[in-house]
Design a protein around this ligand. Structure first.
Ligand code: EPU
Length: 417
């Protein structure tokens, strides 16, 4: 298994370009199943989760190519409606196949994703929504089997705001009979990006970006060519890393409208930010002021930035209260940060981080994507040589992270294992 080795203590300087957003690309790639011709997607990040998605789409009978940053998917020959365990277990977001399969083939057999390191992550709201649209649902042998004669639009209320749940039902509703209204829907930029693509395919969707999304079903959707939005979590990670190490970094090719809560909090730490629509310059002396955060659905502070922000707080001046309200087990990075000398106390969904003057390098290991990013950040400021094991988690969701940090002046390299 590959590992990353980091010699801490170097400030970051220069420019870093942000890649396309993983969590926008995944539902948009699955949406190709709603059409029967070639869809062309640009600015796709080269990530393990994208390769897993392509493998799944090919298993269903779609023809896919991935050249440069462009993916082409032709689902004209889609013949299969099963997402097998071996693919779903590699990537939970495989559940996004459910909505498109139900819309196009009226049946689906998808392995239940199960829990993951950060929480139980049920899919009950995806299933309840499909049921409201007339689907029959059975669970057997670890699979969810759904079928319907004709999906019919209905009003669907989400008890909890769910991103992929909103995306799945939005996709299912595009080809349903009648009107679907999604209430308490997710408002993430990735939802709007998917709605934009679906509209360009011919779908009739309004209200995306608000809590109520209306979808009027149409008979058919047509292929599109489109470009994926920038990754707001990757951008936030580099902004936080620059604030942490000190230095002068310009994060380019991002959409700063999507970074509101993150930039607000980083500014409160004392880092100086110059914000333009598609880039942000971060200047920092390194030792920042502690700030509290509480994760919330968008436009609140994203759970996907919590671990990285906590890494920043480990060397803050003062106390920081980090509350995680989205996932019940998303503090797995805490014990690894503690091994690097961080002073953190966890009680329920809250971590109290008391800033220390410096971290001390150690071999560490993480069991999810964003936790890995936080450990890399910690390694960038720790005294000595940090080894981050199980880098495959990072490769799921950060494109060429070590190359990007290296170009900013970090001493970081990969050791193959
Ligand atoms: N939930 C339910 N029932 C459901 C669905 C969700 O109770 O049917 C709960 C979850 O257990 C959780 C909350 O609702 O407590 C929110 O989960 P959500 O469904 O929004 O998460 P997701 O759609 O599975 C996406 C991202 C995650 C990100 C979350 C929250 C993708 C592919 N994944 O997951 O990204 O953390 O939204 O913003 O978009 C990551 O990129 O590292 C990542 C984990």
């Amino acid at each position: 298994m590959d590992k990353l080795v980091i010699e801490g203590g170097r400030p970051l300087n220069g420019e870093v370009a942000i890649s396309g957003a993983k969590n926008a690309a995944l539902p948009i790639l699955f949406s190709a199943l709603l059409t029967d011709g070639p869809c062309v997607y640009h600015n796709i990040p080269y990530l393990r989760d994208i390769l897993s998605t392509i493998e799944l789409l090919e298993t269903l009978g779609a023809r896919c190519t991935f050249e440069g940053r462009t993916v082409t998917i032709d689902a004209g020959g889609m013949c299969c409606h099963e997402a097998p365990y071996d693919l779903v277990r590699k990537m939970r977001a495989s559940i996004l196949v459910l909505g498109p399969l139900m819309a196009r083939l009226k049946q689906a057999r998808v392995s239940l994703p199960g829990g993951c390191a950060i929480g139980a992550r049920p899919i009950n709201l995806h299933l309840r929504g499909l049921e409201r649209m007339g689907a029959r649902i059975e669970l057997s042998h670890g699979y969810v089997e759904t079928s319907v004669d004709k999906l019919r639009g209905n009003a669907i209320y989400f008890d909890v705001v769910t991103v992929t749940g909103t995306e799945n039902l939005m996709m299912a509703a595009t080809l349903a009979e009648g009107t679907t209204i999604l209430r308490n829907a997710a408002r993430e930029p990735e939802i709007i990006a998917l709605a934009d693509v679906l509209r360009r395919m011919g779908a009739r969707i309004s209200g995306d970006g608000s809590e109520e999304i209306t979808i009027e079903g149409v008979d058919r959707l047509t292929p599109v060519e489109t470009t994926i939005i920038p990754d707001r979590i990757e951008a936030g990670t580099f902004v936080a890393a620059a604030a942490l190490t000190g230095g002068d970094v310009t994060v380019t090719h991002c959409d700063t409208r999507h970074l509101g809560a993150i930039l607000h909090k980083i500014r409160l730490t004392g880092a100086v930010l110059d914000i333009l629509p598609d880039q942000v310059r971060v200047r920092s002396e390194g030792r920042i002021t502690s700030v509290d955060i509480k994760t919330q659905p968008y436009p609140g502070f994203p759970t996907d930035m919590q671990a990285q922000f906590m890494a920043l707080m480990t060397v803050g001046r003062g106390l920081s209260m980090v509350s995680e309200t989205i996932f019940e087990n998303r503090f797995i990075h805490v014990s690894e940060l503690q091994r690097m000398g961080a002073d953190i106390t966890v009680s329920g969904d809250t971590a109290l981080v008391k800033g220390v003057p410096h971290l001390s390098a150690a071999p560490v290991m993480a069991s999810d994507l964003r936790a890995s990013a936080s450990l890399v950040m910690a390694g960038l400021v720790a005294r000595g040589q940090t080894v981050v094991n199980r880098v495959y988690h990072l490769d799921r969701g950060y494109e060429a992270m070590e190359e990007k940090f290296k170009r900013l002046g970090a001493a970081i390299w990969r050791e193959k294992g």
